[in-house]
Structure formats: C-alpha cells, structure tokens
Design a protein around this ligand. Sequence first.
Ligand SMILES: Nc1ncnc2c1ncn2[C@@H]1O[C@H](COP(=O)(O)OP(=O)(O)OP(=O)(O)O)[C@@H](O)[C@H]1O
Length: 311
Amino acid sequence: MNGHDIVIDVHNLTKRFDGRAVVRNLSMQVKRGSIYGFLGPNGSGKTTTIRMLCGLLTPDEGTGTCLGYDIRTETDKIKNRVGYMTQRFSLYQDLSVRENLEFIARIYGLARPAAAARAAIERLGLAGREEQVAGELSGGWKQRLALGACTLSSPQLLLLDEPTAGVDPKARREFWNEIHALANEGLTVLVSTHYMDEAERCHEIAYIAYGELLARGTVEQVIEGSHLTTYIVTAADANLSDLSDALSRTQGVDMVAPFGTSLHVSGRDADALERAIAPYRARGGLDWKRSEPSLEDVFIDLMGKARDNFQ
Ligand SMILES: Nc1ncnc2c1ncn2[C@@H]1O[C@H](COP(=O)(O)OP(=O)(O)OP(=O)(O)O)[C@@H](O)[C@H]1O
C-alpha cells in the first residue's frame, strides 16, 4: 500500500473545549474506497474528530492529512473534496426535494445544477418524490435526500455523522446498500453510528470512549483483540435479574449483559471466569453455552475499562 491509498492519516489529535480534552491523542488511518465505522458512546468525541478531519475545527495538538492535504493549513482544499452529512437534517424543510438539490448544486457552483439534481434523484431512487416538500418526507427519505445533497459535488470522501439515527430498519438497510454502492465506485466513507449491525457492515471500525480511541481493525480483529471469554446462559425458570446481580458481584466475572431471554457473562481471564461460574453450572436449571463475545459485549467492556481509567 502506498501513501495514495490512505485517505485519512492523522496522528495524536487532541482537542480541548474550555480546558477539557474531548479528543485525546487520537491517531487513525483510513484506506481509500473503504467504509470506516466510528463507534462510541454519546459525547465520546466522534463529531469533534470528524470536524477536525474535514477542517471545520483545528486540533490543539497533533498533525495529519485528509485526502493528502494538511488538516491545519489546507482546509479549503479538503472542504471542496469532502461531503459532510451532519447529525441534524440541514436542508430546507419548505423546499421540494428537487429545489433543495438544485439549490445546493448552485452553491457548489456546478455547471448544470438542474441536471445534477436530476441525476441525484435517479441515483437515490427519489424519482416520483421530487416535488414533495422536504419537511414532509419520512426520516428514511430525508436521510436519502441528505445523502444525495452531500454527494452532488462528487466528493472523494464522505463523512457521515450518525446518518441513520431514528431511521427504521428497512430504510437503514437501503441506506447502507447505497453507501456500499458508493464505496464500490471508489468513494471513501467514514460513518459514525450507534448500531452494531451497521458496524458489522463496515470494512474497518474504531471505537472511541472519553475522547480516546480504544480499539480498531476489522470486526473480527476487534473481537479477537478484546481477549474476552463469553458464556451465554439461559434459565428455564430462574429469575434472570437476580442471577445477573449475583454474577456481577462474583470475582472473575467482568461483565454481565442481558440479551432477550439470556445473559452474556464475560471475563477477561478465562480461567478465573470458569472458576467463577462453576458453582452456578453445578446448580442445574441453567443452560450455559460458550460463545464468541458479540461486538456489543466488547464495546461495553471497553467502555467500562475506559471509565475506570478516566476516573
Ligand atoms: N463547541 C463546543 N464547545 C464546548 N464543548 C463541546 C463543543 N463541541 C462538543 N463539545 C463537547 O465535547 C464532547 C464530545 O462531543 P462530540 O459531539 O464530539 O461527541 P460525539 O461522540 O459525537 O457524541 P454523540 O454520539 O452524542 O453525537 C461532549 O462532551 C460535548 O459536550
């Protein structure tokens, strides 16, 4: 891989607000044409990082490039080549789909705004809705329109900040099919999300908590790197909530998380976990199955560790 294959390459970024570091020493590399998922709890610094990458915020410390341009000194060049979809729907609610797209195409200075808007309408399956007022669209269609708007200028990199928050599963799936189609055409996509199923559709992911990047890699690498051992326990008639409380207090059990009618019981030390659960297994009435930790188990564990370090 050479330098041209890395679209985002930043090192030790730190950003403070009012003296408080909300992003700390963050380094990341994103490959061209990949879909890179950015995960982490609310307020962990995802939006702040995205804004530093596209030149909207200047880091207090750290260096790096985005699309080969310096994130401190060449921000105009970056902004011209990046499509940024913010968390809030930022189009005009009282303009139609077509009017919104044509307006944005004009802002970008595209030579043929009407043709560009029409092409986006076709590409995103918005045909038939072009005269509908944006404010009346459902959440899923609004997001699709926003995606159309931020790809109008043919950017090389898309930064999508929680694009599917509050969107129903079917619309989310279609949105992701579109993201994959764009990546197949060579676009690089950095997308923040709280949804585990979306994380699994990314080529690589990074998990950030309390401003620090705690894990990164493919989903498989992140799960493997957690070194968690996990059991799934289901109970015929025992009270899962009592069992969860008891297990949480047992040394060797680092995490207990309810998943429907079962509990995921995880530990960082496999032998200690085995010893911890042995009395419960001997008791009967519970069905224990060893399993691979889910991505969610790994993130809950990482967040717990980060909180311990932070306090
Ligand atoms: N302009 C600002 N001035 C002061 N504090 C800010 C500013 N922007 C963000 N913050 C704070 O920085 C922290 C990180 O916020 P950020 O929006 O980057 O997190 P996030 O991971 O994107 O969260 P979410 O998932 O809720 O969108 C938060 O505590 C937020 O309140």
